[in-house]
Design a protein around this ligand. Structure first.
Ligand code: PEP
Length: 252
């Protein structure tokens, strides 16, 4: 039995004052021992703040990327080890915005995943097709390529996968629960062909315009183990409602 996981992806948003308010609201509503795991992935610059506000709470924190290198002459990069030094639990790797805007290839993503794992983080490995790919009928081929590239270099044991159809990210268009289930089952099956036990216990999160209004329906699907939440993670009430839809109980 897999328990649910809800992770916020703040992207390039936040300020010291605004974060403090948001994190304190989350702390007030997300108790320890709830049935759903909760975390926020913040800009690197706010990892120390997340640690200071959240330490000892039910809410984990982490980064939205990490370097594919361990250390050295890579100006501007931040290593997984550095992220881990802030008590982080997660690093997202392979987010579609990193793939499209910053040119991360499948091979880079696999390297980042391994760096995160080696640093003791739980990587959140993102996969997903574009609208064009879906319309061409190549969704499964894209997912297979992305998953296989990771499995060629590392195991998904101990990691998390996030299925994020690119056409649903930040667009307000959510995959239907049936579309999400179909993609999640495909991903799990692809991994199971290589490692059945790993696939059975692997959390696969859905990401793409999840809101309080659609979370429960998505999370009710048998292969949807929670969500990676972008825009809605910046609004405390929305994020808490999504966490509750994943089975979280409220303090209040
Ligand atoms: C994301 O960026 O991972 C995401 C799912 O964004 P949104 O929820 O805003 O679509």
């Amino acid at each position: 039995m897999r328990s649910k996981v809800v992770v916020g992806n703040w992207k390039l948003n936040g300020s010291l004052a605004g974060n403090e308010q948001l994190l304190k609201q989350l702390l007030a509503d997300i108790p320890k021992g709830g049935p759903a795991t909760c975390a926020v992935c913040v800009p690197y610059a706010y990892l120390a703040q997340a640690r200071d506000v959240l330490k000892g709470s039910a809410i984990g924190w982490g980064s939205q990327d990490c370097s594919r290198f361990e250390k050295g002459a890579y100006t501007g990069d931040v290593s997984a080890k550095m992220v881990a030094e802030f008590g982080s639990r997660h690093a997202i790797v392979g987010h579609s915005e990193r793939r499209t805007v910053f040119g991360d290839t499948d091979a880079h993503v696999a390297e980042k995943y391994s760096q995160a794992k080696r640093a003791g983080l739980t990587p959140i490995f993102c996969v997903g097709e574009t609208l064009e790919e879906r319309e061409k009928g190549s969704t499964e081929a894209v997912l297979a390529r992305q998953v296989d590239a990771l499995l060629a270099k590392d195991s998904l044991d101990g990691g998390i996968v996030a299925y994020e159809p690119v056409w649903a990210i930040g667009t307000g268009k959510t995959a239907t629960s049936a579309q999400a289930q179909e993609a999640h089952a495909f991903i799990r099956g692809r991994i199971a062909a290589k490692a059945k036990d790993v696939a059975a216990r692997l959390p696969i999160l859905y990401g793409g315009s999840v809101k309080a209004a659609n979370a429960a329906e998505l999370f009710a699907m048998p292969d949807v183990d929670g969500g990676l939440i972008g825009g809605a993670s910046l609004v405390a009430e929305e994020f808490v409602s999504i966490w509750r839809a994943a089975g979280g109980t409220s303090k209040g």
